[in-house]
Design a protein around this ligand. Structure first.
Ligand code: NAG
Ligand code: NAG
Ligand code: NAG
Ligand code: NAG
Ligand code: NAG
Ligand code: NAG
Ligand code: NAG
Length: 403
C-alpha cells in the first residue's frame, strides 16, 4: 500500500510518470538552440523554433523526428503556427524547458489573421508533446483588458485537425484564454498535465474538446477560472478519469446549441474525479433554441469537496439570444450520475433543469451521498421536466425527478 501511495505520489505530485516506451526516441533530434534560439526569456525565439520545425517536419520519411526544447532555458515565443502534415512517422515535441508568451498584450505580434491561439499545431498527425516543462501564457494583462471589454483573448495551445495526438507531462499556466484546445482530432491521449491559472481569471478553461472522438484525458490536475474540461459539439467516445479539478467550474458538456446551432455529443464517460471548491461539478449545459442531442453520458465515482453545484443539467443555458426558439432545445437523454460522495457548499446540490416542452429523459441518479458543507443547512435537489429514476437510498432524494 505504501508503495502504491508512493507511485501515486510520484505520478501526480513530483514528476510525471513516463512509461518505458515513451522515453525511447529513435530518429533525429532537432534542438532549438542549434537553430539560433537564445533561451534567455526575452529574445523572440519564434523564428528559431519555426526553422527547427521545418527540419523536424521535413525530416526522413517513415522515421520519428524530435524537436527538443532543452531544460534550464526559457524561450519567448510570439504566436506561432506549427503546420503539418509532416513526413516523419511521428513527431515528438519535447518540452523540457519553459516557453513564455510576450509579457504585455501590445507586445504580441500576430503572423496572420488567425488570432485564436498562441501556439497552434495544424494538421500535425501522430504528434507527441511530452516533457516536464512549462508553457506560460502570461495571461494577466489579457484578463485585465478582457474584463474592461477591450480585447478577445487567445487560447494557449491549440491542436486543430489531428489524429493520434498525445500530450503528456507538461504544465500550462496562466493562459490568456483557454489552456488547451483539441479540435477536429481523432484519437488523443492526454495525461499527467497540470493546468494552472488564478480562480478569478476570466474564462480560462482547462481543456476544450470539440468535434473530436476517441479522446482519453487521465491523471491530470487543473485549477483555474472556468471549466476544467469542456466537451463541445461533434464529440463522442470521450473518457475522462482521475482529474483533480478546483478551483474551477467543473467538467462540462457544452454549452451546446448556441445561436440555434445543431450539436451532437455522445458516449462521454467521466470517472473517478475530485471536485474541490468548484462552482459546478458534473454539468450539461445547452442553449434554448439549439438542436441535436447530448446522450449516453455517465459521470461516476466522483468526490466532492465543498462543490457549489455538484450535479447540474441546464437545458436553458443563457436563454436570451434572438435566435432562441421556444420549441427547440438540444435533447438530453441517457445520463447517469453514479457514486457521488462528499459535500456541497450550496443548498442546490442537484439541479436538473430541463426545457418545459422538450424535457430530459432517462436521467439516472444512483449511489448519491451529498451533504451540505454549511452547518445547519441541507443539500437539496430541484428539477424541471426531468424524467428518469433516483435510487431510494440517495441523499438527497431527488423526488422531483419524474418517471
Ligand atoms: C519541406 O521542404 C520543402 C523543400 O525541400 C519545402 O518546400 C517545404 O516548405 C518544407 N516543408 C516544411 C513544412 O517546412
Ligand atoms: C528531455 O528531452 C529528452 C529528449 O531528448 C528526453 O529523452 C529526456 O528524458 C527529457 N527529460 C528531461 C528531464 O531531460
Ligand atoms: C524535469 O526533470 C529534470 C530531470 O529529472 C529535473 O532536473 C527538472 O528539475 C525537472 N523540471 C521541472 C520543472 O520539474
Ligand atoms: C492512447 O492510449 C491507448 C491505450 O493506452 C493506446 O492504445 C494508444 O496507442 C494511445 N494513442 C496515442 C496516440 O498515444
Ligand atoms: C472508454 O472506456 C470504456 C469503458 O469504460 C472503454 O470500453 C472504451 O474503450 C474507452 N474508450 C477510449 C477511447 O479509451
Ligand atoms: C464542428 O464542425 C462543424 C463543421 O465544420 C462546425 O460547423 C461546428 O461549428 C464545429 N463545432 C464546434 C463546437 O467547434
Ligand atoms: C482514481 O484516480 C486517482 C487519481 O488519479 C488514482 O490514484 C486512483 O488509482 C484512481 N482509482 C481508480 C479506481 O481508477
Amino acid at each position: 500500500m505504501e508503495g502504491l501511495i508512493a507511485i501515486i505520489f510520484l505520478c501526480f505530485v513530483a514528476s510525471p510518470f513516463f512509461p518505458e516506451t515513451i522515453t525511447a526516441q529513435p530518429g533525429p533530434i532537432f534542438n532549438v538552440l542549434d537553430f539560433g534560439a537564445a533561451g534567455d526569456g526575452k529574445t523572440d525565439d519564434s523564428q528559431a523554433f519555426l526553422k527547427a520545425w521545418t527540419n523536424v517536419c521535413n525530416s526522413t520519411q517513415g522515421k520519428p523526428s524530435t524537436l527538443l526544447i532543452p531544460e534550464g532555458k526559457t524561450f519567448m515565443l510570439q504566436p506561432v503556427l506549427f503546420q503539418g502534415p509532416c513526413k516523419p512517422s511521428s513527431i515528438y515535441f519535447w518540452i523540457n524547458g519553459t516557453i513564455i508568451a510576450p509579457a504585455s498584450v501590445n507586445a504580441w505580434k500576430w503572423p496572420d489573421d488567425d488570432m485564436d491561439a498562441w501556439i497552434r499545431f495544424l494538421e500535425v498527425y501522430r504528434l507527441h508533446v511530452r516533457g516536464n516543462g512549462t508553457f506560460d501564457g502570461q495571461g494577466a494583462p489579457w484578463w485585465d483588458c478582457f474584463a474592461k471589454n477591450q480585447c478577445q483573448r487567445p487560447q494557449a495551445l491549440s491542436f486543430h485537425k489531428c489524429a493520434s495526438l498525445e500530450l503528456v507531462g507538461f504544465r500550462v499556466v496562466n493562459s490568456p484564454g483557454g489552456h488547451i484546445s483539441v479540435d477536429d482530432c481523432q484519437g488523443s491521449n492526454i495525461s499527467n498535465v497540470r493546468l494552472d491559472a488564478p480562480q478569478d481569471s476570466p474564462n480560462t478553461d482547462g481543456i476544450d474538446i470539440a468535434n473530436s472522438s476517441n479522446v482519453v484525458v487521465a491523471h491530470s490536475s487543473m485549477q483555474l477560472g472556468d471549466d476544467c474540461i469542456a466537451i463541445d459539439g461533434g464529440s463522442s467516445f470521450i473518457n475522462i478519469t482521475g482529474i483533480f479539478c478546483g478551483p474551477g467550474h467543473g467538467i462540462s458538456i457544452g454549452s451546446l446549441g448556441k445561436d440555434g446551432s445543431y450539436a451532437q455529443v455522445e458516449e462521454i464517460h467521466v470517472r473517478n474525479c475530485t471536485f474541490t471548491r468548484t462552482s459546478n461539478g458534473a454539468r450539461i449545459k445547452t442553449w434554448k433554441g439549439g438542436s441535436g442531442f447530448a446522450r449516453k453520458i455517465t459521470f461516476e465515482d466522483m468526490i466532492l469537496v465543498e462543490a457549489q453545484h455538484p450535479v447540474i443539467i441546464d437545458q436553458n443555458y443563457r436563454a436570451y439570444s434572438p435566435k432562441d426558439d421556444d420549441n427547440k432545445a438540444v435533447k438530453v437523454s441517457d445520463v447517469t450520475f453514479r457514486n457521488f460522495q462528499g459535500t456541497a457548499a450550496s443548498e442546490n446540490a442537484i439541479q436538473l433543469l430541463c426545457d418545459r416542452v422538450i424535457g430530459c429523459t432517462n436521467i439516472v441518479l444512483d449511489q448519491i451521498h451529498i451533504t451540505s458543507s454549511v452547518p445547519g443547512k441541507t443539500a437539496d435537489a430541484s428539477c424541471l421536466n426531468a424524467h428518469g429514476k433516483s435510487s431510494p437510498s440517495n441523499v438527497p432524494q431527488a423526488q422531483c425527478l419524474l418517471t
